[in-house]
Ligand binder design. Structure first.
Ligand SMILES: Cc1ncc(COP(=O)(O)O)c(C=O)c1O
Length: 417
């Protein structure tokens, strides 16, 4: 047995360092929560916490309006509903994302259409987006996955040429930049997640940004059963189909404390991501992620792709081997979003197949295997791990050593050594 012997085969682990201790929710969150409770109300329309959170988040982005929601899934539902599209209209989005990107579209009886991704950036390929536009297409929802911004110049040009709205899904991409502008400032509406797993968290909640006064008013009604809480009148009538997706003052309080930490967290994630990326350069058999030209990732997770033929092993074997070394690594979602039953088997409301059964809607092979070949290949061969505040330079260097060790073993086996 040598230092090169894989831990999976009884050798020593490449990772011996431990994560540094950090407190995610501490004194700052407690102080905010105390203040929220002392208000005597936890209702967003009466308290100050959610209002302050929204004011500060809008200011951070230089955007006129920020609307609070109970999750990013809710935020995207509201953003899509704010466009007031016709049932059966189509929205183009990415096939590699969280289900929260598309659920609200279906509840609005809109048809998600999936364009393929670039195999190196892993993000929506503008050429594929353009190829999927039909007379029914009304919007594009780019997902800045893993913290990496999409090619917004090309997507904006396509949207403008075809009169489409853009709703950015920024759930994973706080403070990511494209051409020097922060994501969340490119779309008519942009949606963020404050769930447990994101750069910042209050357990669960979401935020919508928009510069458009009318869209903002619609969003404000859509999150609160249609009730207008802005004036003294407190009008409790419902002008259109709305939801209750309100954020509480408790969520707002914790999110406010977390917002103070956001820049530091993003800086740490970026430093760890860039360090790992630099240490992984030139490893045969591994395709490292590419940044969108003009983009600056906010490094939510690191995703690379295994060349199974070059390494002579499967992605799952490689993942087991790096995990045995003590390094993180696993697949992302198991298959593209469109292979879930709600698409592939049109299993939506009862036996209705709505919205796919609406007159004029044709699904064809758009939810069939092969619809987005790059996305399918990527999800079968990717390995990813989240950046965390516990990671240190030493730990991340050892992760890279683990990946290099496993790749080196595979290549030697392939070469017959
Ligand atoms: C890209 C993306 N969009 C939307 C969502 C939905 O966010 P939430 O869990 O806050 O509803 C997530 C959450 O994982 C996400 O990663």
């Amino acid at each position: 047995m040598t230092a090169d012997t894989l831990a999976l085969l009884g050798g020593p682990k490449a990772v011996t360092a431990s994560p540094r201790a950090f407190i995610r929710y501490g004194d700052a969150e407690l102080a905010q929560l105390r203040e929220a409770l002392a208000q005597g109300t936890l209702f967003y329309a009466h308290g100050k916490k959610v209002k302050e959170l929204c004011a500060r988040f809008a200011e951070l982005h230089g955007v006129a309006h920020c609307i609070p929601t109970s999750s990013c899934t809710a935020a995207i539902h509201v953003a899509v509903a704010a466009l007031n599209l016709e049932p059966g209209d189509e929205i183009i989005t990415a096939p590699i994302t969280d289900m929260g990107t598309v659920l609200g579209m279906l509840w609005c009886q809109l048809v998600p259409i999936f364009a393929d991704v670039d195999p190196d950036t892993h993000l929506l390929d503008p050429a594929s987006v353009e190829a999927r536009i039909t007379p029914r297409t009304k919007a594009i929802v780019p997902v800045h996955m893993a913290g990496t911004p999409c090619e917004m110049t090309a997507l904006r040009a396509i949207a403008d040429a075809h009169g489409l709205a853009i709703i950015e899904d920024c759930a994973q991409s706080y403070l990511a930049e494209f051409n020097g502008k922060t994501v969340g400032t490119f779309g008519a509406l942009s949606c963020f997640s404050i769930n447990e797993y994101k750069h910042i968290s209050c357990g669960d909640a979401g935020l919508i940004l928009t510069d458009d006064d009318q869209l903002a008013s619609r969003c404000r009604l859509l999150i609160d059963k249609g009730y207008d809480r802005s004036g003294l009148l407190r009008i409790r009538t419902t002008p259109f189909l709305a939801m209750n997706y309100r954020m509480t003052e408790l969520q707002g309080a914790v999110a406010l404390a977390q917002l103070d930490k956001l820049e530091g967290i993003v800086a740490h994630y970026r430093a760890m991501y860039e360090r790992f990326h630099a240490a992984m350069q030139g490893v045969e058999g591994l395709h490292l992620p590419a940044e969108t030209p003009g983009g600056r990732t906010s490094a939510w997770f690191y995703m690379l792709r295994i060349d199974e033929a070059a390494l002579g092993v499967t992605r799952d074997w490689f993942a087991d081997a790096v995990r045995a070394e003590g390094a993180p690594g696993g697949g992302y979602i198991p298959f593209p979003i469109y292979l879930n039953d709600i698409f592939a088997n049109l299993a939506t409301l009862g036996t209705s197949h709505l919205p796919y059964a609406l007159p004029g809607v044709e699904i064809g092979d758009r939810y069939a295997e092969g619809a987005c070949p790059h996305a399918e290949m990527l999800l079968k061969t990717c390995l990813n791990f989240s950046m965390t505040q516990g990671q240190t330079a030493e730990l991340v260097d050892q992760y890279a050593a683990a990946y290099r060790k496993v790749a080196g073993y595979c290549l030697r086996q392939r070469a017959g050594g």
